[in-house]
Write a protein that binds this ligand. Structure first.
Ligand code: ADP
Length: 190
């Protein structure tokens, strides 16, 4: 099965993806992480995208689309992907359908983690002291939240129409959220 998980920055997508990956033997595909690795490894792409990421904006749809196709086209990951941070806008949502279809796959479940802005600010300011992500600076984190809000509405409508969307309350504890998500996955597996 392939799963999409999305939510605002600080919603806990990464944490939850990690837990699901272990429990259901899936592979986590975090576009944010892939992009940060390009920057850390000082690749040509990394140099091109670092200013975009560090300003809280989205990298081009073409760049991220090419990155995820490498995974979708790889048989090792076939029907075992959890998309963390993709899609982030309607173009990407449509592209994800297109790519999965191209490699005879589909999305089985879309999880939206809902968290309010106060909690997000709190979590990001806690994370800042742990991880030192450049884009976790207060003003940039807020910019990332605004970027998310601006682009995500049509994505939500898109997945509502296909009946794949499940909304999970991201304000609960890590274990409570993970239990709820596990239940949803079990139900699909049948
Ligand atoms: P968060 O969701 O907490 O902002 P991510 O690690 O998912 O963190 O993403 C970090 C940054 O990477 C984003 O602000 C954006 O610049 C870039 N990025 C990640 N995924 C995408 C995507 N699907 N499309 C465009 N840019 C992306």
């Amino acid at each position: 099965m392939n799963i999409v998980i999305f939510g605002p920055p600080g919603a806990g997508k990464g944490t939850q993806s990690n837990l699901i990956v272990k429990k259901f033997q899936l592979h986590q595909l975090s576009t944010g992480e892939l992009l940060r690795n390009e920057i850390i490894n000082k690749t040509k792409l990394g140099q091109e995208i670092s200013s975009v990421i560090n300003s809280g904006n989205l990298v081009s749809d073409k760049v991220v689309g090419d990155l995820i196709e490498k995974y979708i086209s790889n048989d090792i990951f076939k029907n075992r992907l959890i998309f963390d941070g993709y899609p982030r806008n309607l173009t990407q949502a449509k592209n994800l359908d297109f790519l999965l279809n191209k490699y005879n796959q589909k999305i089985d479940l879309v999880l939206k983690l809902s968290v309010n802005l106060i909690t997000i600010k709190k979590r990001i300011s806690e994370r800042k002291t742990l991880e030192k992500r450049q884009d976790d600076k207060d003003d940039i984190a807020i910019k990332r939240f605004e970027t998310y809000e601006k682009n995500i509405k049509p994505v939500i409508d898109f997945y509502k129409k296909s009946n794949l969307l499940k909304v999970v309350n991201g304000e609960m504890s890590i274990t409570e959220i993970s239990d709820e998500i596990s239940g949803l996955i079990e139900r699909i597996k049948g």
